[in-house]
Design a protein around this ligand. Structure first.
Ligand SMILES: Nc1nc2c(c(=O)[nH]1)N[C@H]1C(S)=C(S)[C@@H](COP(=O)(O)OP(=O)(O)OC[C@H]3O[C@@H](n4cnc5c(=O)[nH]c(N)nc54)[C@H](O)[C@@H]3O)O[C@H]1N2
Ligand SMILES: Nc1nc2c(c(=O)[nH]1)N[C@H]1C(S)=C(S)[C@@H](COP(=O)(O)OP(=O)(O)OC[C@H]3O[C@@H](n4cnc5c(=O)[nH]c(N)nc54)[C@H](O)[C@@H]3O)O[C@H]1N2
Ligand SMILES: [Mo]
Length: 704
């Protein structure tokens, strides 16, 4: 039962977005309607506050354009939608699944495309639903962080880092290619507190971000050259005798080879030239980082989205090891962690039906969805079940995706809003928001666990992912007995209970998940990441020299790997926005009021060369496609760079993926099954649209 506070019933919720902060929330309900939300005060991470997106949730739930009943579009892409019943929708889907199986003798023609729309633990049910039908095709990997995960796995055995709340103990903090002022706002208070206690804050980013604006030192590195910069710093640290000899001799492997490499290959003058940072600045950063203890580096996901992203993260890790900062309070090279992923993942793991025979799922690279659909043969992918994912907004090479979708016979999209992907679907199934279902949430950054309670009845005919899986199972078995093993009658309490085990209870110091009704709880963390000096690598040491990396086709040492060659005059960066999480939130009226229009950010000098003024209509184009958008002149971007933040602006036809291709980054296969994407190694040109051209109706969304 919820707590009653005055005229409100107060429920526990947890923001399930793919975000560092994964906020613990409280939801105030009156007359069965959400009135407002706030951050939970019990979590010292959330600390009673939400971000601008979090505060817009009430509008998201009750938005007039939310999809509240199943829809069918005939033909696909025509815009001719009709309302259908759940029964019709599920029967159409069930019959198609059976048809595929009969035609191909397997279910590999059925592909699940999941993304990061909802990270609630029971929201892994779409995976379980597929397993319960048989052996299907699945997307594997993640666009967020794969290259960096592998890099840390080669160096230390796995990705793991200190509690972000321990940032307050740091005395020197490098925020390297990360923008917490926008992407992890709750971390900022720990950074500010560290500064109040005397820490210096350094930001290394090609863009002068809002985080950079708060720093003591901003270092405008050229994109993709972070590895070289780190190796330059390493050379200074070694030359000036600022290493930690105890840590190096007791806990590392390959130090001699690493120093030999630096001696032979790394020259500071060249480093300075390549990275665009003065030699004196590289020296003083290296000295300060090595001598002010404890020092820490937060490596962002933005900086590893390059063809050499993994190699660059390895070079940065090396700085933490050289100076013995790894394993110390307030120290370490922070990237993320998965230590709390110890749930049962019951909703995700079902057995195939009897008679599915021996078989295996077929996996495709999640970061190359379009190409993988086009390439899949014997059997081809015939049906796509798309959930928690908006590929037409978020996936790479949009023109190719349009081609790939033409190959599909049936597209089902489980969604809240009429997204660009729904526009390319045959059937849209309306899904609940976090306030309309029960689940539990943990983060990949902080160490809190929170309950998410159903605060209101589902809006309209919306159903949760798990409920949809149960209902499809029931329909399958009704039409084709024994064809699906997914449970059909579990209560949400049962779904949650089945995710817990003794290890989870021990980690979070609770005896029942129901304890979470009184508030979120934090994992009991015995020591800092790698605090005992034992690493999970083959040697048990920090490996400057990794044979494992070498056996996977990479350099054994964190060597310089050149970036992708430019194919057009400007680099385009498409990072994350303050006002959206990917394709979510920017579509709401509340957010449009803050951030009405998309734009391309360009340096005034570059703009002058192109005859572009502020707010001009411009065309950004490359070999793959184009975007028409207004310009914004700003000195926060380098002269050779254009910035277009990723987001879905409803009705504006804006889609950065017209320009971004699916080039893989160097690492990711080892730990996540697929390489990452070089999202920031993209190039384009820009031109002003002449007044004459503007007289013709301009099709914003059509690629060329
Ligand atoms: N150019 C460029 N592209 C990028 C990136 C970039 O930086 N630049 N970043 C990449 C990264 S790191 C990521 S993680 C991806 C994110 O890409 P996606 O995973 O596609 O992310 P979202 O747009 O957040 O969510 C997808 C959809 O899930 C829906 N949704 C929300 N809640 C639920 C629910 O409970 N159930 C269901 N079924 N659906 C729900 C939302 O309405 C939304 O349409 O984008 C990647 N793409
Ligand atoms: N508000 C908001 N918060 C979010 C998200 C969101 O969409 N909106 N998305 C969530 C998700 S799924 C993720 S993966 C995280 C991402 O969190 P972050 O990693 O913080 O976010 P990004 O904006 O992808 O990239 C951060 C910075 O990397 C910089 N960068 C790009 N290339 C380079 C380079 O070569 N070198 C260096 N040094 N810097 C470079 C970009 O300029 C950018 O400022 O945030 C999460 N939080
Ligand atoms: Mo992400």
């Amino acid at each position: 039962m919820p707590v009653t506070k005055g005229e409100y019933q107060v429920f526990r919720n947890a923001c399930p977005r793919n975000c560092y902060d994964t906020c613990s929330m409280q939801t105030y309900v009156k007359d069965q309607r959400i009135q407002f939300v706030e951050g939970a005060p019990e979590s010292s991470f959330t600390d009673g506050g939400l971000c601008v997106k979090g505060y817009s949730y009430v509008q998201q739930v009750y938005a007039k354009d939310r999809i509240t009943h199943p829809l069918r579009q005939v033909p696909r892409g025509s815009g001719h939608w009709e309302r259908i019943s759940w029964d019709t929708a599920l029967e159409t889907i069930a019959r198609k699944i059976r048809e595929i199986e009969e035609k191909d003798g397997s279910l590999h023609g059925l592909c699940l495309a999941t993304g990061s729309g909802n990270h609630g633990i029971t929201n892994n049910s779409p995976d379980g639903m597929m397993s319960s039908l048989g052996y299907t095709t699945r997307t594997r990997g993640t666009p967020c962080w794969p290259a960096g995960i592998d890099a840390q796995a080669y160096d230390m055995g796995e990705m793991w880092c200190n509690d972000p709340e321990d940032l307050v103990k740091s005395r020197y903090i490098i925020l390297w290619g990360v923008n917490p002022a926008w992407c992890s706002i709750h971390s900022m208070k720990f950074i500010y507190e560290a500064r109040e206690r005397g820490a210096r804050i350094i930001v290394i980013d090609p863009l002068f971000t809002q985080t950079a604006a708060k720093a003591d030192l901003y270092c405008q590195v050229k994109a993709g050259t972070d590895g070289i910069l780190a190796l330059g710093m390493a050379r200074v640290i070694i030359e000036e005798g600022l290493t930690d000899p105890d840590f190096l001799s007791n806990h590392t492997l390959g130090y001699e080879r690493f120093t030999a490499y630096l001696d032979q290959q790394i020259c500071l003058a060249q480093v300075s030239e390549i990275c665009g940072i003065p030699e004196s600045e590289i020296r003083s950063m290296a000295r300060d980082f090595a001598s002010i203890k404890p020092a820490t580096i937060w490596v962002g996901y933005g900086m590893q989205r390059h063809t050499n992203g993994g190699a660059n993260v390895r070079a940065i890790d090396a700085l933490g090891a050289l100076t013995g900062n790894i394993g110390k309070p307030g120290g370490g090279v922070r990237y993320g962690h998965k230590t709390n992923r110890i749930f049962n993942y019951y909703a995700a793991s079902m057995s195939p039906p009897q008679g599915a025979g021996p078989g295996k799922d077929r996996f495709i690279n999640t970061n190359r969805l379009a190409q993988e659909i086009l390439d899949a043969e014997n059997p081809p992918i015939r049906m796509l079940w798309n959930t928690c994912r908006n590929p037409f907004s978020q996936d790479f090479n949009r023109p190719l995706l349009e081609r790939a979708f033409k190959k599909l016979e049936l597209v089902v999209c489980v969604e809240q809003f009429m997204t660009m992907t729904c526009e390319q679907a045959d059937i849209v199934l309306p899904v609940t928001t976090l306030f309309e279902e029960d689940t539990i949430n943990v983060a990949y950054w902080h160490y809190w666990l929170a309950l998410n309670e159903k605060a209101i009845a589902p809006v309209g005919e919306c159903r949760s992912n798990t409920r949809i899986a149960m209902d499809l199972s029931e329909k399958m078995n009704q039409l084709f007995p024994g064809s699906c093993t997914f449970p059909t009658h579990l209560t949400s309490e049962e779904w949650i209970s089945r995710e817990f085990n003794d290890r989870v209870y021990e980690m979070f110091g609770i005896t029942s998940w129901k304890d979470l009704k009184s508030g979120p709880v934090k994992a009991v963390i015995p020591r800092e990441a790698w605090g005992d000096g034992r690493f999970a690598t083959p040697s048990g040491k920090y490996e400057f020299y990794s044979k494992l990396a070498q056996s996977h086709g990479h350099k054994a040492l964190p060597e310089v790997v050149p970036g992708r060659k430019p194919s057009a005059p400007f680099r385009i960066l498409t990072p994350h926005s303050k006002f959206s999480i990917h394709s979510q939130f920017q579509n709401l009226d509340y957010m449009t009021a803050f951030n009405p229009e998309p734009c391309v950010r360009i340096h005034p000098k570059a703009a002058a060369q192109k005859g572009i003024c502020d707010k001009d209509l411009v065309r950004v184009f490359n070999d793959q496609g184009q975007i028409v958008v207004r310009s914004r002149l700003t000195t926060t971007v380098p002269q050779d760079t254009l910035v277009l933040h990723e987001a879905w602006f409803k009705n504006k036809g804006y889609c950065v993926q017209n320009l971004v291709d699916d080039q893989s980054s160097d690492m990711g296969v080892f730990k996540t099954g697929s390489p990452g994407v070089a999202i920031h190694d993209q190039f384009a040109d820009i031109e002003k649209i002449s007044p004459a051209a503007r007289r013709f109706p301009f099709n914003f969304w059509k690629t060329r």
